[in-house]
Design a protein around this ligand. Structure first.
Ligand SMILES: Cc1cc2nc3c(=O)[nH]c(=O)nc-3n(C[C@H](O)[C@H](O)[C@H](O)COP(=O)(O)O)c2cc1C
Length: 192
């Protein structure tokens, strides 16, 4: 069973990456294979709405000259997809939405291989906008026929300067519990 964690922050070693590293550690301790994908190391252009994915039906996007297909392949191979993003002006980052728009549209025009996978959002902000951004990610998961896993609270965290998020103890515990819930669900599915 495998989980891919996608960090949608353009800032390497920032708060979103830090909290996703904790999520990754928790999943590993629960026996789940993981991979952390940093969009700060990648280029994913936005969807251009060409609808080529609707016509070719070969699980690919018309834009070839970036890292989309490699990352999308990792999402397709995973049983769980955890997407983390900082809040930018009350929303997910453009890096995050560029990936999700293209992944979601290519998938749904090709028999939706995301269907049945598990998802969980992780959102970080200095002060406000976490809930809206959390909902934005839930919209992606649920239109993709994925199962969203909860915790004792929503996976929302506070932090401004890199590393500050680790002082938000409640958020850290919430994310850890969510990852344990994901692992438990994956183990149940494995037994089925
Ligand atoms: C362009 C931009 C827009 C931002 N918008 C918000 C916002 O709407 N609400 C908020 O609380 N913080 C906002 N922030 C602060 C970031 O969400 C915060 O610093 C976060 O920790 C960054 O995560 P990272 O370290 O993973 O990049 C913004 C930061 C930037 C650069």
């Amino acid at each position: 069973m495998k989980a891919v964690l996608v960090c949608g922050s353009p800032r390497k070693n920032g708060n979103t990456q830090k909290i996703l590293e904790i999520a990754q550690e928790t999943l590993l301790m629960e026996g789940i294979d993981t991979e952390l994908v940093l969009l700060s190391d990648a280029t994913v252009h936005p969807c251009i709405g060409c609808l080529t994915c609707k016509k070719t039906r070969d699980m690919s996007c018309a834009i070839k000259e970036d890292d989309f297909h490699e990352i999308f392949g990792k999402m397709l191979n995973a049983d769980a997809i955890v997407v983390g993003t900082p809040v930018y002006f009350g929303c997910a980052t453009s890096q995050t939405t560029s990936l999700l728009h293209r992944a979601g549209y290519v998938a749904r025009n090709n028999g939706n291989p995301l269907s049945g996978k598990i998802g969980a959002p992780v959102v970080v902000a200095r002060r406000a906008g976490q809930n809206f951004t959390y909902a934005q990610l839930v919209f992606f998961y649920t239109i993709s026929d994925m199962t969203v896993v909860g915790s004792s609270y929503w996976n929302v965290a506070f932090g401004k300067n890199p590393g500050e998020v680790l002082c938000d103890e409640e958020a850290v515990q919430t994310v850890k519990k969510c990852m344990k819930n994901i692992a438990a669900l994956l183990q149940c599915r494995k037994k089925e």
